[in-house]
Design a protein around this ligand. Structure first.
Ligand code: RM4
Ligand code: MN
Ligand code: MN
Length: 414
């Protein structure tokens, strides 16, 4: 008998008595996908120090191997986002990267241009007062459109570090124009059937102003860019207390919700493991999506179905691959709980003005222990029942330590 058999039977019985269609729930869980970021497998740190992790990925090939391991353990992480130039191959052969990934049973996901790490970008990239710097940033993004074609990626994921530190430093309206004009110039280079996802961020590195500071500005710009442009929500990019699930609901309703960068934060862009600080928020976000998928409104449902679920984290002290698996599983749990929400009873309670009743219906789903359900789904998908335990017992961590060694990275103040 399976270790979780009894628990699953109990779970299934209760679900049936509540009128939940378990077949539908399991089918949805089989189809869930989460993209992991290549940069999450490499060493990273804070501005104070980077503590090297033994065996952390150094090359893009290492990162792809790690991502494939996460997929092997979970069954729901079949793609990896790349960051250019962090993942730029020395020989310029992106096709090789693509084939290597495909050989491991995964794919290249979103391409993330990096327009914040070169010296020219001190005063910004596409919003820089210097036209030549704007052009450099635009050229890099155009290069990334070519990389999308070579790697088979359908997403260009954009984040700009652009902003200012002091009042009066630059003209705010001028900067807005520069952002818009350059993105408009970029659009014709985007491969067919692909999308631009535009991230926003409240602050950092700009502490006085950020050129795309919130979802409203990202929405406004993507609206000007047309149907191929949508908003990307990074969970760490809001003021404390922001109601992110409401932003999700609004953007889905407008056909502009494009994707997520999942992570957790207590203060700002902390990039901690998703679901570690506020699992209730993650559940509420998934609840908005699950209910939109089932909506009778065509745009709402199509938008929700096309959302790209990506992780954007940096693991500084907790290890890499294990922490990534943990993050993927937290997304799986939140999604599973959202699929259990009895939406008809919820609607009834809402329309009857039964505030406590409606709140209880939603929170009961959140409180449900979905681990037996997920153990069953994993068995059906032929992946380990407990992915983290399986990873720890796999010998992979020891193998990469041995093969890759420990690479000292530079970080902190100098
Ligand atoms: C930013 C943002 C971007 C990520 C960089 C490294 O805060 O979240 O998505 O690429 O960090
Ligand atoms: Mn991000
Ligand atoms: Mn971020």
């Amino acid at each position: 008998m399976k270790t979780f058999e009894k628990e699953y039977q109990l779970f299934a019985e209760r679900a049936r008595s509540q009128g939940i269609d378990l077949g539908k729930v399991k089918a949805a869980l089989h189809n869930q996908v989460i993209e992991t970021p290549s940069w999450g497998y490499a060493n990273s740190g804070t501005r104070f120090q980077t503590f090297p992790w033994p065996g952390a990925a150094v090359s893009t090939y290492d990162k792809l191997n790690d991502a494939a391991m996460v997929h092997k353990m979970t069954g729901i992480a079949p793609s990896v986002a790349l960051h250019i130039p962090w993942d730029k191959p020395e020989d310029g052969d992106y096709l090789k990267i693509r084939q290597f990934a495909e050989g491991l049973g995964i794919k290249v996901g979103a391409i993330n241009p990096n327009v914040f790490q070169e010296l020219e970008y001190k005063l910004g990239s596409i919003a820089n007062p210097d036209k030549a710097v704007q052009q450099k940033a635009l050229d890099h993004m155009i290069e990334c459109c070519t990389i999308m074609q070579e790697t088979g990626s359908g997403l260009l994921s954009l984040w700009f570090a652009d902003g200012t530190n002091y009042a009066g430093q630059d003209d705010l309206r001028e900067r807005k124009h520069r952002v818009e004009e350059n993105l408009i110039k970029l659009m014709p280079h985007l491969p067919k059937n692909s999308r631009i996802l535009l991230e926003y961020k409240l602050f950092e590195p700009g502490f006085y102003s950020t050129d795309i500071p919130d979802w409203g500005s990202s929405y406004m710009i993507t609206k000007k860019l047309g149907d191929q442009a949508q908003v990307l929500i990074d969970l760490g990019h809001h003021p404390l207390g922001a109601n992110i699930e409401q932003i999700v609901a609004f953007l889905i309703d407008e056909g502009k919700m494009g994707g997520f960068h999942f992570n957790s934060h207590r203060y700002a862009d902390d990039d901690l493991m998703v679901g570690s600080v506020n699992p209730f928020e993650l559940f509420l976000i998934y609840h908005e999506i699950s209910s939109a998928v089932d909506s009778s409104d065509q745009i709402t449902s199509a938008t929700a179905k096309a959302i790209a679920f990506m992780i954007d984290q940096s693991f500084n002290i907790e290890g890499k691959v294990g922490a990534m698996i943990h993050s993927v599983i937290n997304c799986q749990e939140a999604y599973a709980k959202s699929l259990l929400v009895p939406r008809e009873s919820l609607k009834k309670a809402q329309l009857a003005g039964d505030v406590l009743g409606a709140h209880r219906i939603l929170t009961e789903s959140f409180k449900t222990d979905v681990r037996p359900l997920l153990a069953q789904v994993r068995e059906e998908m032929d992946v380990p029942e407990d992915p983290i335990a399986a990873y720890r017992n796999s010998g992979y961590e020891e193998k990469i330590r041995e093969e890759r060694g420990t690479h000292i990275s530079v970080g902190g103040y100098q």
